[in-house]
Ligand binder design. Structure first.
Ligand code: HEC
Length: 115
């Protein structure tokens, strides 16, 4: 009986490991490195909206999400998520500006959450 439980847990673990793609890992790491995670979490509202809600609002469309990320990073964002945040704006994030590769990884990570 005990053996079965252990085996079941291993299968679940392997499933989780293979289920998260390289994109997701890179995107999450990039979001941490660029300071996004100070205000955003994948599934919970912090200062900014949860990334899963961003993913859903933009239909899991990577290009669209990348466009919104770049706009928010370069110019800041306000008024899009007042219902969720109470109106707190996102200040521009110059440390992330022009980081094309990392921002694309973040967009792919977020887009994947809509599925
Ligand atoms: C100081 C807190 C803070 C930091 C740091 C921050 N954000 Fe935000 N973010 C917010 C808030 C607040 C909003 C909601 C703004 C609004 O209502 O338009 C937001 C909104 C967004 C949106 C949705 C924009 C839209 O048009 O719908 C995206 C995407 C986003 N942030 C990505 C990022 C990324 C990527 C980083 C890191 C480079 C980052 N944020 C860093 C607070 C932050």
């Amino acid at each position: 009986m005990r053996k079965h439980i252990v085996a079941g847990a291993s299968v679940l673990f392997i499933g989780l490991t293979f289920g998260s793609t390289a994109h997701a890992q890179n995107g999450e790491a990039a979001a941490q490195a660029l300071g996004c995670t100070a205000c955003h979490a994948a599934e919970t509202k912090l200062v900014g909206p949860a990334y899963v809600d961003v993913a859903k609002r933009y239909g899991g469309d990577t290009d669209k999400i990348l466009e919104r990320i770049k706009a928010a990073v370069n110019n800041g964002a306000s008024g899009n998520w007042t219902d969720v945040t109470g109106g707190t704006p996102m200040p521009p994030q110059p440390q992330a500006s022009g980081k094309e590769k990392e921002l694309k990884q973040i967009a792919e990570w977020i887009a994947g959450m809509a599925k």
